[in-house]
Design a protein around this ligand. Structure first.
Ligand code: TYD
Length: 209
């Protein structure tokens, strides 16, 4: 197998099970001798910490400011000299990111429109295009059921039914547009068993290597 490092992104509305599936994929790829590293947005860098505060409603921000903060954090995510996406890929390590610009295009795009968010992301040369985006698809009903089950997690400002429904539609709209630009995106029904979902994800991902 040709083991060239890849950049893979997971997306999904809140509660879709991204964390579980990302970890299972990383373990499965490692078994196939594909070294990988798991990362996430918002990042753990200062720009990501600021975003966490904004998401928790601790700092008042406009939609445009949020979009700009996410784009800034994403650039740092790409170029950070120690842990950045570019660095990992050049070391031969496949990177799996929990969320990326698809989230900005969906969440911030819902308020600002596609073009404004696209300008901050798709036209930024420091923001790399992923080799594959895996979207874990879940209805808002299922999503809220799962979020509700995680009682220890503080509710963030985006977690309500209408927002989830609108965001899911925005994601599909974003995917249509990005597919036209040649992006590779797979949509996985995330309502089944963990193992079954993991197997379907692995089958889709292994094809890009
Ligand atoms: P997080 O707690 O990481 O949620 P999850 O585990 O579901 O990924 O919170 C990230 C939140 O930030 C999530 O509600 C989506 C939102 N977000 C945006 O609005 N735009 C973005 O560009 C990104 C990366 C995330």
């Amino acid at each position: 197998m040709i083991n060239k490092s890849k950049f893979i992104v997971f997306e999904g509305i809140d509660g879709a099970g991204k964390t579980t599936q990302i970890n299972l994929l990383a373990a499965a790829l490692s078994k196939h001798n594909i070294a990988c590293s798991v990362t996430a947005e918002p990042t753990t860098l200062p720009s990501g910490k600021l975003l966490r505060q904004a998401l928790a409603g601790e700092i008042p921000t406009t939609a445009m400011e949020m979009a700009e903060m996410f784009a800034r954090d994403r650039v740092n995510h790409n170029v950070d000299k120690e842990q950045g996406i570019e660095k990992q890929l050049s070391d031969g390590i496949t990177v799996i990111s929990d969320r990326y610009y698809y989230s900005s295009l969906a969440y911030q795009g819902a308020e600002l429109g596609f073009d404004a968010v696209s300008a901050l992301n798709l036209e930024n040369p420091d923001i790399r295009t992923p080799d594959l985006c895996v979207f874990l698809d879940l209805t808002p009903e299922k999503s809220l059921e799962r979020i509700g089950a995680r009682v220890d997690v503080p509710r963030e400002i985006y977690e309500n039914y209408e927002y989830l429904e609108k965001t899911r539609k925005m994601f599909f709209d974003v995917f249509e547009r990005l597919k036209q630009r040649g992006e590779k995106i797979v949509i996985i029904d995330a309502s089944g068993s963990v193992d079954d979902i993991a197997a379907r994800i692995f089958d889709a991902v292994i094809q890009i290597f």
